[in-house]
Design a binder for this molecule. Structure first.
Ligand SMILES: [Cu+2]
Length: 273
């Protein structure tokens, strides 16, 4: 009977490895996460009434172990090289719920269907600050199951904001291939590798506070074999957040000719608008 058990074990192992044909890894914060400010919605009753518990800003979402959420991890596409893979066809969705965006960080592929929902029975305005893709800007005055937005045309990281509720902010990462993911609350991410050739690749790590200069993102090298790779744990230094650069600081830095903080490209773009 022993061989039967062995065969069964092999089969399970076989299926297991098929199911995990992906790139996995973890992003952590080295040091104490900065305290996130509470969002004051008290002036807007229809928003505040939906949150019995305090809501904090989502700039740095990390747990007490330093696991860092909302990091966009993607394979770096070398100029002129096609990574392959299948085009994503399920819509990427951004929702507005209780005057907060869900998710706070969204990823999509160029050409992928894109829907923006409104779970709130009152007005939000969705204002894209994209500079490479055509920006969009429209109001959703009532609950909406999902308004189709023109699919994105080019790779870009950009911010989306609400002009009605100034604390509402979300970030979108667009890629010309399907090999990307956003780190979860436990800091882990999984990038499915279907259609990706085995070989050596570079992963890039984007974070709205720690690494938002798209031309200068931190990286890790990986080797994909049989569709799988375990990436080295990527660490961001928590102290980087202490500078807390704000739009006005960026404007001051630009006008005085000082070096601009590398972390604030999006705020810089936002400030220009
Ligand atoms: Cu709003």
């Amino acid at each position: 009977m022993k061989w039967k058990i062995a065969v069964a074990a092999l089969a399970v192992a076989g299926f297991g490895s098929l199911a995990s044909a992906d790139i996995t890894g973890k992003v952590t914060l080295d040091g104490k996460p900065p305290e996130m400010k509470e969002i004051d919605m008290s002036a807007v009753k229809e928003c505040a009434s939906q949150h019995p518990d305090p809501v904090t800003e989502q700039t740095v979402v990390a747990d007490d172990k330093g696991n860092l959420a909302n990091v966009i991890v993607s394979i770096k596409k070398e100029e002129g090289k096609d990574l392959g893979g299948e085009a994503k066809t399920e819509p990427a969705e951004l929702d507005q719920k209780g005057c907060m965006y869900e998710p706070h960080v969204l990823t999509m592929q160029t050409g992928q269907p894109f829907k923006i929902k409104n779970a709130d029975p009152f007005l939000h305005n969705v204002h894209s600050l994209a500079t490479v893709n055509p920006p969009f800007n429209f109001g959703q005055p009532n609950k909406d199951e999902g308004k189709d937005v023109d699919p994105m045309k080019a790779a870009e990281y950009f911010r989306v904001k609400c002009d009605v509720h100034p604390w509402m902010s979300a970030y979108i990462g667009v890629f010309e291939h399907p090999f990307f993911a956003v780190s979860k609350a436990d800091g882990t991410y999984t990038i499915p590798t279907k259609g990706l050739a085995d070989g050596e690749y570079t992963l890039t790590f984007w974070h709205e506070k720690y690494a938002s200069d798209a031309d200068n993102l931190p990286t890790e090298k990986i080797t994909v074999k049989d569709g799988k790779a375990e990436a080295p744990e990527h660490k961001f230094k928590a102290e980087a957040a202490m500078a807390e650069p704000k739009v006005k600081d960026v404007i001051l830095a630009s006008s005085s000719g000082d070096a601009k903080p590398a972390c604030c490209q999006m705020e810089k773009v936002a400030a220009k608008k």
